[in-house]
Design a protein around this ligand. Structure first.
Ligand SMILES: C[S@@+](CC[C@H](N)C(=O)[O-])C[C@H]1O[C@@H](n2cnc3c(N)ncnc32)[C@H](O)[C@@H]1O
Length: 288
């Protein structure tokens, strides 16, 4: 039984680094006319209302997207998908709507491109279908994202990217992820795989384990970008997160850094004038 709902967390610091990397990867794919496919294995609902009870129960977006938006949504929002946030909120006096990864992709893709979206939660998939309806490029599957990804590879068209964004609600998600990536890179060696992972308190953190596994599996290059907004907690708590990108395009590291430099000081916890956390971008494996 799945209990995680992304509406409690939409627009938090983890979404910002995830959607930043997702957007930069899509923009890079768009530099060639040839069609490409965008696959999202854990899609969520696609659009989030920040005025909802769920969003305000945690209030996580207050320390995320809300800190980047100025009154009147001025052009200085340091996000490559800023225009989309502005567009979604065009009729609002203050920030209300935040896009999920499928909607960001749907808005950015061109007529010749395709979207393949997977979501296992039966209620969440209904919301997703409603939010992304009426688009012939988009196919939504109410299926397990790990198993369906394997079945979909190699995709047609054979250029593209996969966003893998599990909730890590179950410990098994880490193992399923590693198994899925092992198989996927063999089936689609030229695909770009962007994997989100949480960075947790000392007792619970598995990010180091996951990155060591990915380094072993990866046959090409592996870029890692992390954003933390607080100190690591001794037990639980998510003070940051990262994106591990297999087959990352040239100069993606510099493009990510340019944005994180602007985002981090705006959203990091401030203690006595010092901003906690930081960002790290590293090629764990260079192309052979
Ligand atoms: C972190 S949320 C996704 C957020 C979304 N990618 C975004 O950035 O807007 C994770 C989603 O995965 C779904 N989920 C959990 N296990 C799944 C599985 N095995 N296959 C597909 N979806 C799953 C959850 O219901 C939840 O909606």
């Amino acid at each position: 039984m799945l209990s995680y709902r992304h509406s409690y967390h939409a627009g938090n610091h983890a979404d910002l680094i995830k959607h930043l990397v997702q957007t930069l990867l899509i923009e890079k794919l768009k530099t060639k006319d040839k069609p490409f496919i965008y696959i999202d294995t854990h899609s969520g609902g696609g659009l989030y209302d920040l005025a909802s009870e769920q969003a305000n129960k945690t209030g996580e977006y207050h320390d995320g997207i809300a800190k980047l938006v100025n009154r009147g949504f001025s052009k200085s929002m340091p996000l490559p998908f800023a225009e989309l946030v502005r567009e979604l909120n065009a009729d609002q006096k203050k920030l209300r709507f935040y896009p999920g990864s499928p909607l960001i992709a749907q808005k950015l893709l061109r007529p010749q491109d395709k979207l393949l979206l997977m979501e296992l939660h039966s209620k969440e998939v209904e919301v997703l279908q409603k939010n992304l309806q009426g688009d012939r490029r988009t196919r939504v599957l109410n299926q397990d994202g790990f198993a369906s990804l394997i079945g979909a590879l190699p995709p047609k068209p054979a250029r593209g990217m996969v966003l893998i964004d599990p909730s890590y609600e179950l410990k098994e998600d880490y193992y399923h992820l590693v198994e899925t990536i092992t198989d996927s890179v063999k089936r689609w060696p030229t695909g770009t795989f962007a994997i989100w992972y949480p960075i947790l308190g000392k007792q619970r953190d598995r990010s180091g384990w996951l990155l060591r596994k990915l380094e072993k599996i990866c046959q090409s290059n592996l870029l890692v970008a992390e954003l933390t907004v607080d100190e690591q907690q001794p037990e639980f708590g998510m003070h940051g997160s990262g994106m591990a990108i297999i087959n990352a395009p040239y100069q993606l590291d510099q493009n990510i850094e340019k944005h994180l430099e602007l985002i981090h000081p705006k959203i990091a916890k401030n203690v006595d004038g010092k901003k906690l956390g930081g960002w790290k971008i590293q090629w764990i494996k260079e192309s052979n």
